[in-house]
Design a protein around this ligand. Structure first.
Ligand code: AMP
Length: 302
């Protein structure tokens, strides 16, 4: 299927998904396609590898969205057509409070436009860099939301494979949203493609072995460490050294850090080389560190 055909097949789903209008209105809308004319374009929100993201307002509903503009030339140049198609298909099929919604898409001669849920507070990465590290309450709240979102994804047979602070956005209440499904895959069998981001790779990926959902559980351990200490656990001067540290599970907590014993215990239960022995997502939610620290509303205001 060409990019043109998948783009054409996507119709006006956004209003029906966000505002639940009556059936007649819904039918009316589902027969129409999105175009740039449907939106007032606002300020730029950021710049990614293949284009820019703008704040936009759908003219009829006044609903605020983020409009991601991707240049077709770039997608063709890097041979990312299949990856983008998969990303769009997977993300638009997911509906969870902690997964960024992809409401729809459309295109013109040069560009592809993704209509995304607007995350007012932007990247969690920025928050982490600003404050150096997160408090145990903030970290546990984000971590619990992330675990819930991944449990939902795994239930739909989706493995994310690239969880990192840059791919986590925050809405206006500080609710975490997983964004960027560029490396995700929907499959019930083991996978072989080595992908993701160096510091967050699970040992089975580094060693080029088959992998499954448990790579996301490993990454949760890496992220929990980074939330609390400000740096990922296996950081090193060179890529080879990072790989070696991951394969040895060379994990340590600086003596000066103020990480609680419960948080260390959870990290140790996730950063386990044998993927079958990593703590399950269900057990994470019952871990004392989560029970004690996570805000049950999933929001984080500071
Ligand atoms: P990306 O191309 O996805 O890497 O996005 C580039 C930048 O745009 C990100 O780093 C965010 O700061 C911003 N951004 C992307 N998507 C959204 C969104 N849905 N809501 C708010 N900001 C976004």
């Amino acid at each position: 299927m060409s990019s043109t055909s998948i783009l054409h097949s996507q119709t006006r789903k956004m209003v029906s998904q966000t505002q639940e209008p009556n059936r007649r209105k819904e039918e009316e809308q589902s027969s129409r396609k999105w175009s740039l004319q449907d939106f007032d374009i606002g300020k730029p929100l950021g710049k990614g590898k293949f284009g820019r993201v703008y704040l936009a307002r759908e003219k009829k509903s006044k609903y605020m969205v983020a409009l991601k503009v991707i240049f077709k030339e770039q997608i063709e140049k890097y041979g990312l057509h299949n990856q983008l198609r998969r990303e769009m298909e997977i993300q638009s099929s997911l509906s969870h409070p902690n997964v960024l919604r992809l409401f729809g898409w459309f295109h013109d001669g040069q560009r592809i436009f993704l209509i995304l849920e607007y995350a007012h507070r932007g990247e969690l990465y920025r928050e982490l860099r600003k404050s150096g590290h997160l408090s145990e309450e903030q970290a546990a709240t984000y971590f619990a939301s992330l675990t819930r979102a991944l449990a939902y994804c795994h239930n739909q047979y989706v493995i994310h494979r690239d969880i990192k602070p840059e791919n986590l956005l925050l809405d206006f209440e500080g609710r975490l949203k997983i964004a960027d499904f560029g490396w995700s895959v929907q499959s019930r069998s083991k996978r072989h493609t080595m992908c993701g981001t160096l510091d967050y790779l699970a040992p089975e990926m580094v060693e080029n072995r088959a992998h499954d959902y448990a790579v996301d559980n490993w990454t949760l351990g890496v992220l929990c460490y980074e939330f609390l200490l400000g740096v990922p656990p296996f950081e090193a001067e060179s890529q080879t050294d990072t790989f070696k540290r991951i394969m040895k599970v060379d994990l340590s907590f600086p003596p000066t850090s103020h990480v609680s014993a419960e948080a260390k215990n959870l990290i140790n239960l996730l950063l386990v080389k044998d993927s079958t022995k990593r703590l399950s997502l269900q057990k994470i939610m019952k871990h004392p560190w989560i029970i004690k620290n996570a805000n049950p509303t999933g929001t984080c205001m500071d």
